[in-house]
Write a protein of this length. Structure first.
Length: 101
């Protein structure tokens, strides 16, 4: 029996350490190829980080938190379809987020 492919939430950074983009994929190689051919910012990437999850839903929730907290330069994001409601409150030390799924 084959193990299911884990889902990755990836984060791309430029030379200054600025977060450029956050995304979710089951295949980082294929997704990077898509960004390379279709994203003006791909050439700015000098470092990438991936966090792996067992389910796509977990990866999407983590992605949403990263986008809210870190405000990546090139993400164009709105309320995702998996969030029925969201409340986010930021302070200098914490973020409280409720995601109703």
């Amino acid at each position: 029996m084959e193990m299911p492919q884990p889902f990755a939430c990836y984060r791309h950074y430029n030379a200054a350490g600025e977060l450029l983009y956050v995304g979710v994929t089951a295949s980082t190689g294929k997704r990077d190829s898509g960004h390379k051919s279709g994203s003006e910012w791909f050439g700015e990437i000098v470092r990438s980080e991936c966090t792996y999850f067992a389910t796509r839903r977990e990866a999407l929730v983590f992605e949403a938190a990263c986008i809210i907290v870190d405000e990546p330069k090139y993400n164009k994001w709105s309320m995702p379809s998996y969030c029925v409601g969201r409340t986010a409150m930021r302070s200098s030390t914490s973020l409280r987020m409720i995601i109703v799924m």
